[in-house]
Design a protein around this ligand. Structure first.
Ligand SMILES: [Zn+2]
Length: 205
């Protein structure tokens, strides 16, 4: 049974303009980190560390990524979490008699390039429903929101791949036109309320 977060995607007005591929990654990655911190505090029964809202803190912190004072972390820990977690669909958390290998960045767009951490366990329903659609476009179309664990991993893979291709500073639209295998403009600009989010289906607690 699917435990995906329901979410109607929208482009917020009044947020900072995002131009480069890196800007798009930094915004979603920072908002994810801020959201995760709130989630951890809530589970521990502690007060919200960002009572002025997630957007304000995200703006402050994103600038540190843009200036190189903070860096996107490598995938080592994400890999270990995925390997040690329970065997469920990475997207919807359901159990299946057998799983498909689903590529976060579609293999059809990568040619012969193999990316660390790009393969997840998916139930047949999710895998067939998605096809080779961009992961975020699939969620847009379904009106669902990924678990934070999968989203974090996806953003990292996208970031490191764009870096390897020398496309981080390129305007997102141009990078997509020139063959970037994911669309940074489809990354979430807004996140659902913290209490509606799933951290990681493989780590229910
Ligand atoms: Zn599924």
């Amino acid at each position: 049974m699917s435990k995906m977060t329901r979410w109607t995607w929208s482009t917020p007005t009044g947020q900072r303009k995002l131009q480069s591929v890196a800007d798009h990654v930094f915004w979603s990655y920072t908002l994810l980190s801020v959201t995760r911190e709130i989630m951890v505090r809530m589970k521990a029964g502690q007060p919200n560390p960002f009572p002025n809202g997630r957007t304000k803190e995200t703006n402050i912190r994103m600038s540190r990524y843009q200036r190189g004072l903070l860096n996107i972390r490598d995938l080592e820990r994400d890999q270990a979490l995925a390997e040690d977690g329970i065997r469920v669909c990475a997207h919807c958390g359901s159990h299946a008699p057998r799983y498909h290998r689903d590529h976060l960045i579609p293999r059809s767009r990568l040619g012969s390039v193999v990316l660390m951490g790009n393969v997840v366990r998916a139930c047949p329903a999710c895998n067939l429903s998605r096809g080779n659609r961009d992961l975020m476009i699939w969620h847009h179309d379904n009106e669902t929101f990924p678990s934070l664990g999968i989203l974090r991993r996806y953003l990292k893979i996208c970031y490191f791949h764009a870096r390897d291709q020398g496309r981080l500073d390129q305007p997102a639209a141009a990078a997509v036109t020139e063959g970037l295998p994911f669309d940074p403009r489809a990354f979430p600009r807004r996140f659902p309320p913290v209490n509606e989010l799933v951290w990681d289906h493989a780590w229910p607690n």
